[in-house]
Design a protein around this ligand. Structure first.
Ligand code: DHB
Ligand code: MG
Length: 222
């Protein structure tokens, strides 16, 4: 088996043994594909990781920047208690509509609010909508805006807020200093901002598997 095939098979092995995917999460992936959305959802193992992390942190309020078709949204919403709330931001109207259907079909329409439009413009409405700070924040939208999303995440945090960001490794390109390759300078600025900010403690995890080679940034506000 090639290395790539082995990695996919290991994902499938854990998916089966640890009962990761179920009808609801599979239906979302199916619908996203049917609607022509790019297959850039987090891997099922990582969806469950996000769910577990949110649950471990006891999150009652979750912010997600980058809804896509609502796949990670549903994983995260599953971690919420009945009176919990999740605010999710999606730039594309078509994606937001697909996500709305997926979230409703999963039974979370009452706990999840989708905000449509460029998050760098729309995040400011949160305070007006009764959201003060969040317990758990997942950043997974336009990589070029990660530096700005980090500023918002800190603005909307309290001591103990967990912040997770997807796609911080990008096949290893994150270490390329002089590249102008799409996204990388912005992702590097995001890391530099974290590096110089003593309000937050962070680490990064490289991942392989179903979705190729990438990684997560995980942090907690002091
Ligand atoms: C890609 C992957 C992601 O997880 C994402 O959030 C955006 C883009 C990609 O591989 O293109
Ligand atoms: Mg992503």
């Amino acid at each position: 088996m090639s290395k790539k095939d082995t990695r996919k098979a290991v994902d499938a092995y854990f998916d089966d043994k640890l009962h990761i995917s179920d009808e609801t999460t599979q239906a979302i992936l199916h619908k996203n594909e049917e609607e022509g959305l790019q297959s850039i959802e987090v891997a099922s193992a990582h969806g469950k990781m996000l769910y577990l992390m949110a649950k471990m942190s006891g999150a009652k309020t979750i912010l997600e920047i980058g809804t896509h078709g609502g796949y990670s949204t549903v994983w995260l919403a599953r971690a919420l208690p009945e009176d919990g709330r999740l605010a999710t931001f999606e730039a594309k109207q078509r994606h937001a509509r697909v996500a709305e259907e997926n979230i409703a079909a999963a039974g979370f329409a009452d706990r999840v609010e989708i905000f449509e439009g460029d998050a760098t413009k729309t995040l400011r409405v949160l305070k007006k909508r009764g959201f003060e700070t969040f317990d758990f924040i997942f950043i997974d939208a336009n990589k070029d805006n990660y530096p700005e999303y980090l500023e918002w995440a800190l603005e909307l945090s309290r001591s103990g807020t967990v912040i997770v960001a997807d796609n911080v490794v990008r096949k290893g390109r994150i270490i390329e200093e002089d590249t102008d390759k799409k996204n990388i300078p912005h992702l590097r600025k995001f890391i530099d901002l974290l590096s110089g900010d003593d309000r937050i403690e962070a680490t990064a995890i490289q991942t392989v598997g179903d979705k190729g080679y990438d990684g997560f940034l995980m942090a907690m506000v002091k």
